[in-house]
Design a protein around this ligand. Structure first.
Ligand SMILES: [Zn+2]
Length: 136
Protein backbone atom coordinates (compact mmCIF):
# COMPACT_ATOMS: atom_id res chain seq x y z
CA UNK A 1 0.00 0.00 0.00
CA UNK A 2 1.34 3.37 -0.90
CA UNK A 3 1.86 5.87 1.83
CA UNK A 4 -0.04 9.04 1.19
CA UNK A 5 -1.56 12.06 2.84
CA UNK A 6 -5.05 11.06 1.76
CA UNK A 7 -7.73 10.70 4.36
CA UNK A 8 -8.72 7.16 5.25
CA UNK A 9 -12.49 6.87 5.25
CA UNK A 10 -12.96 3.14 5.68
CA UNK A 11 -10.68 0.23 6.44
CA UNK A 12 -11.43 -3.43 7.03
CA UNK A 13 -10.19 -6.96 6.52
CA UNK A 14 -11.49 -8.32 3.24
CA UNK A 15 -11.03 -11.01 0.64
CA UNK A 16 -10.28 -9.95 -2.88
CA UNK A 17 -11.61 -12.39 -5.49
CA UNK A 18 -9.52 -12.18 -8.63
CA UNK A 19 -11.54 -15.10 -10.01
CA UNK A 20 -13.92 -17.53 -8.35
CA UNK A 21 -10.98 -19.78 -7.52
CA UNK A 22 -8.26 -17.24 -6.95
CA UNK A 23 -8.59 -15.01 -3.94
CA UNK A 24 -6.40 -13.26 -1.42
CA UNK A 25 -6.98 -12.02 2.07
CA UNK A 26 -5.92 -8.54 2.95
CA UNK A 27 -7.03 -5.09 3.99
CA UNK A 28 -9.36 -2.92 1.99
CA UNK A 29 -8.95 0.80 2.47
CA UNK A 30 -11.04 3.63 1.13
CA UNK A 31 -9.47 7.06 1.06
CA UNK A 32 -10.95 10.24 -0.38
CA UNK A 33 -9.21 9.48 -3.68
CA UNK A 34 -8.50 5.74 -3.93
CA UNK A 35 -9.87 2.34 -3.12
CA UNK A 36 -6.83 0.34 -2.08
CA UNK A 37 -6.35 -3.32 -1.33
CA UNK A 38 -3.27 -4.57 0.44
CA UNK A 39 -2.68 -8.30 0.02
CA UNK A 40 -1.63 -10.02 3.22
CA UNK A 41 1.95 -11.31 3.27
CA UNK A 42 0.62 -14.82 3.67
CA UNK A 43 -1.39 -14.69 0.44
CA UNK A 44 0.94 -12.58 -1.70
CA UNK A 45 2.61 -15.77 -2.94
CA UNK A 46 -0.43 -16.46 -5.15
CA UNK A 47 0.66 -13.61 -7.37
CA UNK A 48 -2.19 -11.27 -6.51
CA UNK A 49 -0.90 -7.76 -6.31
CA UNK A 50 -1.97 -4.80 -4.23
CA UNK A 51 -4.61 -2.66 -5.86
CA UNK A 52 -5.12 1.05 -6.05
CA UNK A 53 -8.25 2.12 -7.89
CA UNK A 54 -8.79 5.81 -8.56
CA UNK A 55 -12.33 6.68 -7.44
CA UNK A 56 -12.74 8.90 -10.51
CA UNK A 57 -12.25 5.84 -12.71
CA UNK A 58 -15.02 3.80 -11.03
CA UNK A 59 -17.97 3.32 -13.36
CA UNK A 60 -20.13 0.98 -11.33
CA UNK A 61 -20.50 -0.28 -7.77
CA UNK A 62 -22.71 -3.19 -6.82
CA UNK A 63 -23.53 -5.28 -3.77
CA UNK A 64 -23.77 -9.02 -4.27
CA UNK A 65 -24.58 -12.03 -2.15
CA UNK A 66 -26.33 -12.67 1.11
CA UNK A 67 -26.27 -11.16 4.53
CA UNK A 68 -23.51 -13.37 5.89
CA UNK A 69 -20.97 -12.88 3.13
CA UNK A 70 -21.90 -9.83 1.13
CA UNK A 71 -19.50 -8.73 -1.53
CA UNK A 72 -18.93 -5.48 -3.31
CA UNK A 73 -18.15 -5.42 -7.02
CA UNK A 74 -16.34 -2.37 -8.30
CA UNK A 75 -16.00 -1.75 -12.03
CA UNK A 76 -13.21 0.51 -13.18
CA UNK A 77 -12.57 0.79 -16.90
CA UNK A 78 -12.94 -2.74 -18.29
CA UNK A 79 -11.99 -4.44 -15.04
CA UNK A 80 -14.21 -5.67 -12.24
CA UNK A 81 -12.98 -6.24 -8.73
CA UNK A 82 -14.85 -8.29 -6.17
CA UNK A 83 -14.28 -7.96 -2.45
CA UNK A 84 -15.97 -9.94 0.29
CA UNK A 85 -16.20 -8.18 3.62
CA UNK A 86 -18.65 -8.16 6.48
CA UNK A 87 -19.46 -4.46 6.19
CA UNK A 88 -19.69 -4.32 2.39
CA UNK A 89 -22.87 -2.24 2.60
CA UNK A 90 -21.10 0.48 4.58
CA UNK A 91 -18.26 0.59 2.09
CA UNK A 92 -20.85 0.75 -0.70
CA UNK A 93 -22.57 3.75 0.90
CA UNK A 94 -19.29 5.55 1.47
CA UNK A 95 -18.11 4.92 -2.08
CA UNK A 96 -21.41 6.14 -3.49
CA UNK A 97 -21.25 9.28 -1.37
CA UNK A 98 -17.70 9.91 -2.50
CA UNK A 99 -18.72 9.61 -6.14
CA UNK A 100 -21.25 12.38 -5.57
CA UNK A 101 -18.70 14.54 -3.78
CA UNK A 102 -18.53 17.96 -5.47
CA UNK A 103 -14.73 17.83 -5.34
CA UNK A 104 -14.81 14.60 -7.34
CA UNK A 105 -17.32 16.14 -9.74
CA UNK A 106 -15.08 19.11 -10.38
CA UNK A 107 -12.15 16.79 -11.02
CA UNK A 108 -14.23 14.79 -13.49
CA UNK A 109 -15.64 17.73 -15.41
CA UNK A 110 -12.48 19.85 -15.48
CA UNK A 111 -14.14 23.02 -16.79
CA UNK A 112 -11.75 24.65 -19.19
CA UNK A 113 -11.02 28.37 -18.87
CA UNK A 114 -11.76 30.63 -21.82
CA UNK A 115 -9.49 33.24 -23.27
CA UNK A 116 -10.75 36.80 -23.33
CA UNK A 117 -10.07 39.16 -26.24
CA UNK A 118 -7.69 41.00 -23.93
CA UNK A 119 -5.55 37.88 -23.74
CA UNK A 120 -6.28 36.82 -20.15
CA UNK A 121 -7.61 33.39 -19.22
CA UNK A 122 -10.87 33.56 -17.27
CA UNK A 123 -13.11 31.05 -15.54
CA UNK A 124 -16.00 29.81 -17.75
CA UNK A 125 -18.62 30.93 -15.21
CA UNK A 126 -17.57 34.61 -15.24
CA UNK A 127 -20.00 36.97 -16.93
CA UNK A 128 -17.44 39.76 -17.18
CA UNK A 129 -13.70 39.65 -17.65
CA UNK A 130 -12.11 40.76 -14.35
CA UNK A 131 -9.21 42.35 -16.24
CA UNK A 132 -10.78 44.36 -19.03
CA UNK A 133 -14.42 44.29 -17.95
CA UNK A 134 -15.82 43.18 -21.27
CA UNK A 135 -19.00 41.13 -21.21
CA UNK A 136 -18.74 37.43 -22.00
ZN1 LIG B 1 -10.65 40.67 -20.88
Amino acid sequence: MQLSCEKTIFMQKAIYYRTKLLAARGIIELTDRYLNFQVSTLDSRFGIRNLSIDICSIRDIRIKGGNIHPSIVVTSGDDSYEFVLSRANILYDKLKALQKDPVTDVRLKKPSPRRCDCGKWISPDYKYCPWCGSEK
